[in-house]
Write a protein that binds this ligand. Structure first.
Ligand code: E4P
Length: 230
């Protein structure tokens, strides 16, 4: 499965190369979103561009990298440089007026954009009309202030589908495994998930208990076999 298909995708939300490797090895993760905070958290000593190149080699699917200029010209310039780091780079641009202008120009150049810091359906709609390939409603941060983050995902996904708009909705700022299920039910095309939450999704105490029991019982079979055929 490539990273550009129409099916529901699960990506990792991380700037940590080791975490990204571990997540991609699981076989279910097809893309990456980073942001300046996630990259800063790792505290790399190597050049940021080298980090992006490496992430792009680890995963075949989209790798979102954020432009940090606040003016359209600067964002466009940054984006043109960032896409040279890997064929799969997608440029994250915040939904501000200058960001929308840059989205339009970049989409006309064929550079894929992920509209970030989306907190309303109106912002998602504007970004989609400006040519963004992806929009990222930040569910957790909306929930944190008492809003219903998932509603933005649901509304944007419904509008894009009903008008056959090509923009895809990424459920971002995910805080726990239930968010992933809710995002899938709300029609998100992608859920981008922190490594900690991916680990929580894999784990189930009944799986561990069941496995322990199977292994213990299998030992009994092996011992019986040994008695039968000494
Ligand atoms: C998405 O692309 C962002 O990197 C991310 O989900 C930010 O969310 P958080 O900082 O609220 O966890």
């Amino acid at each position: 499965m490539g990273g550009w298909g129409k099916e529901l995708e699960l990506w990792i939300d991380s700037g940590d190369i080791e975490e990204i490797k571990k997540a991609v090895e699981l076989g279910a993760i097809t893309g990456v979103t980073t942001n300046p905070t996630l990259i800063a958290k790792v505290g790399y000593t190597k050049d940021f561009r080298e980090v992006v190149r490496e992430i792009c080699r680890i995963v075949d699917g989209p790798v979102s990298v954020e432009a940090v200029s606040l003016h359209a010209d600067g964002i466009v310039e940054e984006a043109r440089e960032l896409v040279k780091l890997g064929d799969n780079v997608v440029i994250k641009i915040p939904v501000i007026p200058e960001g929308l202008k840059a989205m339009k120009r970049l989409s006309q150049e064929g550079i894929r954009v992920n509209a970030t810091l989306v907190f309303s359906t109106n912002q998602a709609l504007l970004a989609a009309r400006a040519g963004a390939a992806y929009v990222s409603p930040f569910i957790g941060r909306l929930d944190d202030i008492g809003h219903n983050g998932m509603q933005v995902v649901r509304d944007a996904a419904q509008i894009f589908r009903s008008y056959n708009m090509p923009t895809r909705v990424i459920a971002a700022s995910i805080r726990h495994p239930l968010h992933v299920i809710e995002a899938a039910k709300a029609g998100a095309h992608v859920a981008t998930i922190p490594y900690r939450v991916i680990e929580q999704m894999v784990k189930h105490p009944l799986t561990d208990i069941g496995l322990e029991r199977f292994l213990a019982d299998w030992q009994k079979v092996v011992k019986q076999e040994a008695v039968k055929c000494p």
